[in-house]
Write a protein that binds this ligand. Structure first.
Ligand code: LLP
Length: 423
C-alpha cells in the first residue's frame, strides 16, 4: 500500500511521517489513511457501476463515526449487527434506508429501532427471528423488508473462527429449509421479501468460494421463482481478503464482481441488485497501530521486544494466530552498530497470549517506534479495557493533514459509570 511507505528510511502515512503523529499524540495510536480507504471503497463502487448495486460497508471492521461519515458521503450503505451500530450510522448522517441488519441474535428493541428508521432490509438468520420481526412490524403497523441469510454450506477455507457458512456454524438458515421459510414469510402482511443473502466467512483470498455460494443462492432463487417468490437483490456477504504478508496474492474487487455477475447473467439473474457487505477490504490495509518499544528483554530461549500496545488494543494475533506485519518507523542503515535480532513482540498484559508477533527479525532499541501494519480492520473495534488500559486515539490522515477522530480515552470517563457502594 503506497499510502504507507518509507521515505528516507522513515515510515510515512500519505504525506505525514508517522513519527510526527506518535510524538504529538503518544502511543499506542491508530493511524488511518483516508485516501487508502477511499480507494478501496471506490474499487468496489467502480466495478459495480454497470450493474444495479449497493455497497454496504460492514462497519464492525471499523466503526469510527468519522469514517462512517466519509464513506456515507461516498455513497456507502452499511451492514450493521446491532442497534448501536445503527445509532452510529445516524450519528454520522448516513442513510438508514441503505442499511442492512445482520446477526443471529437481534433483540426486540433493536428490531423495533431499525424498523422505526426504515432500514433497507433485515437479513434474517432463523425462523424464530422471522416471527419476532413479524411481531414488531405488527406492533408498529409497518412492513419490514427481509432477506433470508441462508447457510450455503460452502467452505471458505479461512480461519475456523471467521468461517461462517458451514453447516456446523451458528449462522443463517440451512439452505434446504429456506424455501419453506420464504414461503412462510411470503404469507405475512407485515413482511416484504426483497432479497437473498449469505456470508461464508472473512479473509477469503480466493474467488471460488464466493462463486460456489452464488451458485447455491441462484439454485434457491430458481426454486423460489417456481413458487412465485421474486427477489430484488442478492447479497454475497463480506468482501475479499487482504494482504497481511508481503507476497500474498489477492484479487481486485473487479475480478470478484465480474465473475459473480457473469454467473448471474448466465442464469438469467443479471437484473438483481448486487450487494456486498465488505468490511476488511475497505479499511484493513488503510490503518496501522503505532507503538513504542519499552524494553528489550533477553529470555533463556527467546528475546522479547516489550511494547506499549497489547492484546486489548489489537487482539487479532492472539485470537486467530493472525500474522500481522510489524514494521519499524525508522530503518537503521546497514552499517549501524545495532544488531538485528529475533524477537517476540509482546505487550504488558498479564497473559502469555499477549503478543503481537512471534519470531520477528528486528533491528531496534528501546524507545523506537513500530507499526503493526494492516490494522485498520478489526483493530479498534475489537479493543477492550482489560488491565484498565485506556483505548488509543485514532488519527485520520488526508494528504499532509491529519485529524483526531477519536481522542485518547481518559481514565475519568472509564470510571464515570462505575459506583462505589458502602456495605
Ligand atoms: N457481513 C457479515 C454478516 C459478517 O459476519 C462479516 C464479518 C462481514 C459482512 C464482513 O466481512 P469482511 O468483508 O470484513 O470479510 N474479527 C475477525 C473477522 C470477523 C468477521 C466476522 N464477520 C478478524 O479480525 O479477522
Amino acid at each position: 500500500n503506497k499510502n504507507f511507505s518509507y521515505r528516507d528510511n522513515e515510515l510515512w502515512c500519505e504525506r505525514v511521517p508517522l513519527k510526527q503523529i506518535a510524538e504529538e499524540f503518544g502511543t499506542p495510536v491508530y493511524v488511518y489513511s483516508y485516501n487508502s480507504i477511499k480507494k478501496a471503497f471506490l474499487a468496489y463502487q467502480q466495478a459495480l457501476k454497470p450493474y444495479p448495486h449497493l455497497m454496504c460497508y460492514a462497519m464492525k471492521a471499523n466503526s469510527n463515526i468519522a469514517i462512517i461519515h466519509l464513506l456515507a458521503k461516498l455513497g456507502a450503505g452499511f451492514d450493521i449487527v446491532s442497534g448501536g451500530e445503527l445509532r452510529r450510522v445516524i450519528e454520522a448522517s448516513g442513510d438508514p434506508k441503505k442499511v442492512l441488519f445482520s446477526g443471529v441474535g437481534k433483540i426486540y428493541d433493536e428490531i423495533a429501532y431499525a424498523l422505526e428508521n426504515d432500514i433497507k432490509c433485515f437479513n434474517v438468520e432463523s425462523e424464530p427471528e422471522l416471527e419476532r420481526i413479524i411481531e414488531v412490524a405488527k406492533a408498529q403497523n409497518k412492513v419490514a423488508r427481509i432477506s433470508l441469510r441462508v447457510n450455503p454450506n460452502v467452505d471458505a477455507k479461512t480461519h475456523p473462527y471467521i468461517s461462517t457458512g458451514l453447516k456446523q456454524n451458528k449462522f443463517g438458515i440451512a439452505i434446504e429449509d429456506a424455501p419453506r421459510v420464504y414461503e412462510k414469510a411470503s404469507k405475512s402482511d407485515f413482511l416484504k421479501i426483497t432479497g437473498i443473502d449469505c456470508h461464508i466467512g472473512s479473509q477469503i483470498t480466493d474467488i471460488s468460494p464466493f462463486l460456489d455460494a452464488c451458485d447455491k443462492l441462484l439454485d434457491l432463487a430458481d426454486v423460489l421463482k417456481s413458487k412465485g417468490i421474486e427477489l430484488d437483490h442478492i447479497d454475497f456477504g463480506g468482501g475479499l481478503g487482504i494482504v497481511y504478508e508481503e507476497g500474498q496474492e489477492v484479487h481486485h474487487a473487479s475480478e470478484l464482481v465480474e465473475a459473480l455477475h457473469q454467473k448471474m447473467e448466465n442464469r438469467g439473474y443479471g437484473y438483481l441488485e448486487m450487494i456486498f457487505e465488505a468490511g476488511r477490504s475497505i479499511v484493513g490495509n488503510s490503518g496501522v497501530l503505532v507503538t513504542e518499544i519499552q524494553y528489550l528483554k533477553e529470555g533463556e530461549t527467546k528475546n522479547f521486544c516489550i511494547v506499549d500496545t497489547a492484546m486489548n488494543d489489537m487482539i487479532r494475533p492472539t485470537l486467530y494466530q493472525a500474522w500481522m506485519q510489524i514494521a519499524p518507523l525508522h530503518v537503521y542503515p546497514e552499517n549501524c552498530p545495532i544488531k538485528e535480532e529475533i524477537f517476540d513482540v509482546v505487550g504488558p498484559i498479564c497473559e502469555t497470549g499477549d503478543w503481537l508477533g512471534k519470531d520477528r527479525k528486528l533491528k531496534v532499541q528501546p524507545g523506537d517506534l513500530l507499526a503493526v501494519m494492516s490494522s485498520g480492520a478489526y483493530g479498534m473495534t475489537m479493543s477492550s479495557h482489560y488491565n484498565t488500559r485506556l483505548k488509543p486515539p485514532e488519527i485520520l490522515v488526508d494528504g499532509a493533514d491529519y485529524y483526531v477522530i477519536r481522542e485518547r480515552e481518559k481514565i475519568e470517563k472509564l470510571f464515570s459509570s462505575e459506583h462505589i457502594v458502602e456495605l
